[in-house]
Design a protein around this ligand. Structure first.
Ligand SMILES: NC(=O)c1ccc[n+]([C@@H]2O[C@H](COP(=O)([O-])OP(=O)(O)OC[C@H]3O[C@@H](n4cnc5c(N)ncnc54)[C@H](O)[C@@H]3O)[C@@H](O)[C@H]2O)c1
Length: 333
């Protein structure tokens, strides 16, 4: 079965990890694939055309069609060049998988401006710019069914933990971008959805607290294999997909559909402006802490918003006490 015969796909960050798995999956279904990867380090420095070339070779060796590309997608002009490459080499574009991503493990206090800019540029601006040029092209072509964009958010975007602030913000931005654009491009036959994945890669290898969870099992289902993410990506990229504007968490065989950035408490003053005292009174009985969100239930990962430790630290500071920071970097074991 070649579900995507005749289709052309761009996959960014496809030289390794989840993106590599996406590129192989799409090619195995008959799509011609632009295998983009800058070949940078996890935090965004450096470049190496080797990973993209190796994946394109792998696809061609299996009888598929692929072109390697090492464009840095973090900018509007570069993104245009990548869309133009797909059109020049394969004559059309049907599927855009925005997967390239980097991370930096800084808090708002330790953030360097340059690090912040780079994470936002790769994860969010690159995604938006590629969407822009693809949609511009599709607009010129007119409506056609079966077009798809699959973006990559993160559980760190939907339920942000402390200690990788720019990353969380960029991935929350990708979720918002996905929701905001769905209605803007539906008339062109384009669906846009986002993944919030959990899978073994060099990015998770850098986080010691994930070691046990990410270990490859000797027997049975390998929950953290990147291929589990690509199975949902394929559904979202294929004509079978019924959704647009949704964020899908994926953890092994568990799939979660997020519901916007949902509110859990609603207060109303009966259509009249709140007086400060009444407002403080009404909010005085609301729990300060959301139920701890599950990032990935099978991994027992939780992120409260805020954590109990943060509330305790805040109360201690209000009493004039010195408290230790209420969090620990996830790259410290
Ligand atoms: N692995 C996980 O559990 C996990 C969880 C949440 C989100 N994600 C997201 O999934 C995506 C894939 O991550 P991964 O875990 O496979 O990591 P990875 O580091 O193995 O792969 C990311 C790839 O993106 C490429 N890249 C980085 N900057 C680029 C740029 N400017 N232009 C082109 N390519 C660039 C890198 O060279 C790398 O090959 C990322 O967006 C990541 O944030 C992963």
């Amino acid at each position: 079965m070649s579900m995507l015969a005749g289709k052309v796909a761009i996959v960014t960050g496809a030289g390794r990890g989840i993106g590599r798995s996406h590129a192989l999956t799409l090619a195995a279904q008959g799509a011609s694939v632009i295998v983009n990867d800058l070949g940078s380090g996890i935090t965004g420095g450096g470049s190496d055309g080797g990973p993209a070339a190796a994946v394109a070779d792998e696809i061609r060796a299996a009888g598929g069609a692929a072109i390697a590309d090492a464009t840095d997608i973090a900018g509007w002009d570069q993104a245009k060049a990548l869309v133009d490459l797909a059109l020049a080499r394969f004559g059309r574009l049907d599927i855009l998988v925005n997967n390239a991503g980097i991370t930096q493990y800084e808090s708002i206090a330790t953030e360097s401006g340059a690090g912040w800019e780079r994470v936002l540029a790769v994860n969010l601006t690159g995604t938006a710019a590629l969407m822009h040029w693809a949609v511009r092209h599709w607009g010129e072509q007119g409506p056609e069914p079966g077009r798809a964009i699959v973006n990559t958010s993160s559980p760190a975007g939907t339920n942000p933990p402390p200690g990788a602030t720019s990353y969380c913000v960029s991935k929350a931005g990708v979720a918002a971008l996905t929701m905001a654009t769905a209605s803007e491009i539906a008339h062109l036959g384009v669906r846009v959805n986002a993944l919030a994945p959990m899978a073994r890669s060099r990015m998770t290898d850098a986080v010691p607290m994930l070691d046990d969870i990410m270990r490859t099992p000797e027997l049975g289902f390998d929950r953290m294999a990147p291929d589990n993410i690509s199975r949902l990506m394929l559904y979202l990229a294929s004509p079978a997909c019924r959704f647009t504007g949704r964020v899908f968490g994926v953890d092994g065989d568990d799939i979660y559909l997020f519901e916007g950035m949902s509110a859990e408490t609603h207060l109303s003053n009966g259509g009249a402006a709140w007086e400060q005292e009444a407002l403080a009174d009404a909010l005085g009985s609301v729990e300060r802490q959301d139920r701890a969100y599950m990032i990935a239930p099978n991994m027992h990962l939780r992120a409260g918003a805020p954590s109990q430790a943060a509330l305790d630290a805040l109360d201690a500071a209000a009493r004039g006490e010195r408290a230790a920071p209420a969090w620990k970097s996830i790259i410290e074991s």
